[in-house]
Design a protein around this ligand. Sequence first.
Ligand code: WQD
Length: 334
Amino acid sequence: MAKILLTGGAGYIGSHTYLALVEAGFEVVILDNFSNAKSDVPNRLQDIAGKMVDVFQGDVLNHADLDDVFAAHKIDGVVHFAAKKAVGESVAKPLDYMHNNIGGLLNLLAAMDAADVRRIVFSSSATVYGDTIIQPIPEDNARTYTSPYASTKIAGEQILEQLPDTWAVGILRYFNPVGAHKSAMIGEDPEDIPNNLVPYIAKVATGELAELSVFGDDYDTPDGTGVRDYIHVEDLADGHVLSLKSLLETGKSHTVNLGTGEGSSVLDVLAAYSEACGQDLAHTIAPRRDGDVAVLTARPEQAKAQLGFEAKRSLADMCKSSWEWVSGQRRNTH
Ligand code: WQD
């Protein structure tokens, strides 16, 4: 049974990918510094998976931590999530983002090389496409950064693309991951006021926040509000399993979008969430947010052609699973 190192595996996408990998028959070791993950996530993963969770509290910035993990485990492949991912924060702290996201990747690659481990799935983002007029976006679209966060993802991709053929690399460009695990025991759990749309709406639904500010209704879109390609986090996790299997079986690299190819506006999401939680959700039209683009949707064909990946879950599924997680409806019935 192949053993996989999941850096940042206690985080939002990492924890869902952990469950998908275990379900697919992999052995998994989580490496996380818990800077953006609750300390009880591994316990909840243990309850859901019904087996011990192997967690190493450490940091990809710490060479000794990486050496210890590779010395303690015979790792066959790595899924690398551990990075900072807040666009706004990256504008305020660019060097912090370069150090963490690029420095951390370089440390990890050096430790992998020393341990003869050369299969890696890299968590990238649609943000590498910048503000492009071509929609839906194909993978061969030019890359350009609109924030330091985006520049660290482009840099990461460029580092990985230059590794020799002895390496097999899966670069996965996420569009907008939302939703929660069907158990409602793990989900998106932002510390303070969320920047992203769905976790913000979720807090309006629970009453923690008063109303949603819709950032602009004067875009060139059907209802004037921003359109994005939302993908269920469980579909995203399944995409990582297929990417890893492809690397281990073929030794060939790939770069694919993970999205549905469908666009949903802010008002579409608001209506879907209102349906999921059974209540009207207060909102107001506010000015556009700096840096936002009108439309961002994925060409999903390459993930299907190269990995056999296809997103299955709908926007309604995403909102329902998010609502069950934030409302704790099902958490105690697992
Ligand atoms: C979605 C839509 C907003 C909040 C970001 C990062 C990207 C990736 C995913 C890491 C937009 C609107 C939002 C609100 C609103 N992260 N909105 N009111 O900006 O598409 O992508 O998260 O890889 O890098 O940029 O996601 O959820 O912030 O916004 O009207 O309170 O919702 O204008 O149209 P975004 P988002």
